[in-house]
Write a protein that binds this ligand. Structure first.
Ligand code: DC
Length: 226
């Protein structure tokens, strides 16, 4: 029997990773794992505990008391449970983006979450998106994709998404957040954001969602099923 298939999609914030990964997972019947949501859940835990987002000693003390589980609701949405409480809505708040980016730079946080992510891939066919899936979490993935786009376009996409969700913000604020996180996520010393060896690099600037989705589908066809 073939071992489970795994597809890793990495890239900066707002590149379209989660939308495309979700569509592919539906098409293939794979489990979609949004690892950013897991880091965001740790960010919520830090905020709830009253920690500053950069308080590494505080975070290290907090970690052993954190239990994170995830499940998928009837619409396929990944719900995040923090110590028994559903925090799926809270993790999307703009201030939690900053918390997630800051806590994700801490080696203790990364190793705390590594096994959880690997276990999901051992027991399911997965399409997993994040920043270090192809480089660290699943270096032997059947297909690794690095999805990117110009910061201004990523900010516009994220801004439209937040507006639809009724979050009050401005384009400038979203662009600043994207630039802060690009810098933070790429410059950190532990598992920085960069294309994995052998990754297919897709720049989606100027593409419609359908065009990017089609490109990813052809890569999947070629790498997994031929
Ligand atoms: O994908 P996202 O924007 O929801 O992720 C939130 C933050 O979590 C992001 O700024 C970086 C971090 N992250 C990470 O370091 N590694 C991952 N595999 C996924 C997310």
């Amino acid at each position: 029997m073939h071992r489970n298939f795994s597809i890793a999609i990495d890239g900066p914030s707002g590149a379209g990773k989660s939308t495309i990964a979700k569509l592919c997972a539906e098409k293939l019947g794979f489990l979609y794992v949004d690892t950013g949501a897991i880091y965001r859940t740790v960010g919520v835990a830090a905020k709830k505990a009253g920690l500053d987002s950069k308080d590494e000693p505080g975070m290290t003390t907090l970690l052993p008391g954190i239990v994170i589980t995830m499940c998928h609701d009837e619409n396929g949405l990944q719900r995040m449970i923090l110590n028994g409480e559903d925090v799926t809505e809270d993790i999307r708040l703009p201030e939690i983006s900053i918390y997630a980016s800051d806590v994700s730079a801490m080696p203790a946080v990364r190793s705390f979450l590594l096994e959880m992510q690997r276990r999901l891939a051992e027991t399911n066919n997965v399409i997993m998106d994040g920043r270090d899936i192809g480089t660290v979490v699943l270096p032997n993935a059947d297909l690794k994709i690095f999805l990117t786009a110009a910061p201004e376009e990523r900010a516009q996409r994220r801004y439209d998404e937040l507006l639809l969700r009724g979050v009050s913000t401005t384009y400038e604020e979203v662009l600043r957040d994207i630039q802060y996180r690009d810098m933070n996520d790429s410059m950190r010393s532990t598992s920085p954001l960069r294309p994995a060896e052998g990754a297919e690099i897709l720049d989606t600037t100027g593409n419609t969602l359908e065009q990017s989705f089609d490109l990813v589908c052809s890569l999947i066809e070629e790498k997994l099923f031929q």
